[in-house]
Design a protein around this ligand. Structure first.
Ligand SMILES: *Cc1c(COP(=O)(O)O)cnc(C)c1O
Length: 394
């Protein structure tokens, strides 16, 4: 073998020096919003299982039954022979839940975002992407080869100008997270709809952190903002509030037919395992029939946000939940603070570049319906103590 790999260790040492090396750990999931790491049990304030559905006995039972009937894997792509009754039923259920003609499953939310963008714009087109969009949207934009404009949602007049400048290209596509995964704030959906309409552009939103959490029926932030009918492409994930895994797109029959024919991750990846589809289906049913979960979660999120602001922590006040950043800027400080919280029995995310822009390392705290008022209060106290000790002035 040639000696062509020393660069890997050199690069690893370099990211270690900058406090950016990530280490892999093993986490044991536990019911009730808890987990165990290295033998220590703690509250999990780092996951995205917002409604605690990954541990719901009904969801687990649905997966077990499907495994018994269908086996574990789908064995082929949906297009070949991987689309079973569990896939068909879930797609129907998702379309009904979303109030659209049709829906299409993808292996992951990441794949859904990439697949949709590449299927709807190309070299002749222009795409407009929020500067804090999720990596899957960023990569989809790059892969599409459409002319890319990065915009700042706090400066939509610049977006408007860029859209005007692209008036002669074949198609224009605006893409945005509806709830931003690291900041927890919401996209200005009504304004984006107006811009899309004024400039004859398509609008795609990623509801990864909003499905099941926002809206009277739990459909997401477009429902909450009253703009569902003005958004062309709505992508969601089964992996967060639904507690399963996979991605989906909902929309018109013609859109879904187009994606079925053209979205490459859906065509060339094996379909989701039937037990995963069954679990997601049971989760959708719970979201439909138990709205109190999301109302209680959002109520606690509101109280928690108020507490963070009252404590004077460096949070993002526009965060609408269930994601709460505490900005610590320095990556090593974020890691130390998270470690100190673990000592006290609370797991939070220590988020560093490249997941966030340089200089904006942070704790990322997420609430779950499994965290009751008392636990959240204990956590707030721990956070206050730890920030005072480890990161005074933050
Ligand atoms: C997690 C996430 C995704 C990817 O979803 P997966 O199903 O985990 O692949 C897409 N978009 C956003 C905003 C996310 O946070």
């Amino acid at each position: 073998m040639s000696n062509a790999l020393p660069w890997i260790n050199e690069e690893l040492e370099e990211i270690e020096r900058r406090g950016l090396r990530r280490r892999r750990r093993m986490v044991e999931p536990l019911p009730g919003g808890r987990c165990r790491i290295d033998g220590r049990e703690m509250w999990n304030f780092a996951g995205n299982d917002y409604l605690n559905l990954s541990q719901d006995p009904r969801v687990i039972a649905a997966a077990q039954q499907a495994a018994a009937e269908a086996g574990t894997g789908a064995t082929a792509s949906a297009l070949i022979c991987g689309r079973t009754q569990w896939h068909a039923r879930l797609e129907e259920q998702l379309a009904e839940f979303e109030g659209t003609e049709s829906a299409l499953l993808f292996p992951t939310g990441f794949a859904a975002n990439m697949g949709v963008i590449v299927a709807v714009v190309g070299r002749e087109d222009a795409v407009f992407s929020d500067r804090l969009n999720h990596a899957s949207l960023v990569d989809g934009c790059r892969l599409s080869k459409a002319a890319l404009t990065i915009y700042d949602r706090k400066n939509l007049s610049a977006l408007s100008e860029a859209l005007s400048a692209a008036s002669s290209v074949r198609r224009r596509l605006i893409v945005t997270d509806s709830i931003f995964s690291m900041d927890g704030d919401a996209a200005p959906l009504a304004d984006l709809c107006e811009l899309a309409e004024a400039h004859d552009a398509m609008l795609m939103i990623d509801e990864a952190h909003a499905t099941g959490v926002f809206g009277a029926q739990g459909k997401g932030f477009a429902e909450f903002a009253g703009v569902e009918d003005r958004v062309h492409f709505r992508v969601g994930t089964l992996s967060k509030a639904l507690g399963a895994s996979g991605g989906f797109v909902s929309g018109s029959q013609s859109l879904i037919d187009w994606l079925w024919n053209r979205a490459r991750p859906q065509i060339f990846s094996t379909a989701l395992p039937p037990p995963v589809c069954a679990a997601a289906g049971a989760a959708v049913e719970i979201i439909r029939t138990e709205p109190q979960r999301r109302t209680e979660l959002l109520q606690r999120c509101g109280d928690f946000r108020a507490a963070l602001i009252a404590e004077g922590f460096a949070t993002i006040e526009a965060a609408v939940a269930p994601i709460f950043p505490i900005l610590l800027d320095d990556p090593q400080l974020a890691v130390r603070t998270a470690a100190a919280l673990e000592e006290r029995g609370f797991l939070v995310g220590a988020i560093r570049p490249p997941s966030v822009p340089p200089g904006t390392s942070r704790l990322r705290i997420t609430l779950s319906w499994a965290h009751d008022q008392r636990v959240i209060e204990e956590f707030t106290t721990a956070l206050r103590d730890v920030l005072r000790d480890v990161a005074p002035g933050s």
